[in-house]
Design a protein around this ligand. Structure first.
Ligand code: AMP
Length: 181
């Protein structure tokens, strides 16, 4: 990935200071998604290492992970599986509690969404503390998934989330980094 492309994609992300609370800089990817060229290039770059490899399912984390995950699944000819906030999925689920950079919540996935040993890629827009993605990885492993990688547009390395994921054996791919929170 060229420096030029990274600069272009970074410029397509809108940064909003003190949202949703003082001290947080919200990295808003809606501007990147709304830019046809940036959206396409971001998805192309994310899938690049996995093209031609067997990927059975792409798992998106609600809600921004759904947008990217759908596009990535299509590109890799894989199925798409949603991880949702509790109470939204209609069939039998497994559930896990997790802490966010700003709050606590529970997420769940359909028990039968992934077959044992299926190769999956986990997708979200951003990794911060890693609380969300580590919980999602643990949830997926509970139902037998083989996690090939976790993909994000943005990594906030100062918060250590990518390192936590790698520590539990999940390879991490991200397109850009921002300093701080
Ligand atoms: P974490 O669990 O701390 O890694 O937080 C990741 C989740 O929170 C992702 O679903 C992000 O969309 C969201 N998030 C956390 N921090 C930010 C931020 N600074 N800007 C935008 N989204 C964020």
């Amino acid at each position: 990935m060229t420096e030029h492309l990274i600069t272009d994609l970074k410029a397509a992300v809108r940064s909003i200071p003190d949202y949703p609370k003082p001290g947080i800089v919200f990295r808003d990817i809606t501007t990147l998604l709304g830019d046809a060229g940036a959206f396409r290039r971001a998805v192309d770059e994310l899938v690049h290492p996995y093209a031609g490899r067997r990927i059975d399912k792409v798992v998106g984390i609600e809600a921004r992970g759904f947008i990217l995950g759908g596009a990535i699944a299509h590109q890799l000819s894989a199925g798409f599986v949603p991880i949702r906030k509790k109470g939204k999925l209609p069939h039998e689920t497994v559930r896990i509690a997790y802490s966010l950079e700003y709050g606590v919540d529970e997420m769940e996935v359909h028990t039968d969404a992934i077959g044992g040993g299926e190769r999956v890629i986990l997708v979200d827009d951003l990794i911060a503390t890693g609380g969300t993605a580590v919980a999602a990885s643990n949830l997926l492993r509970q139902i037998g998934a083989d996690i090939v990688a976790a993909c994000f547009i943005i990594d906030l390395p100062d918060l250590g989330g990518a390192r936590k994921l790698r520590d539990i054996g999940v390879p991490v791919r991200s397109l850009m980094e921002f300093e701080g929170h």
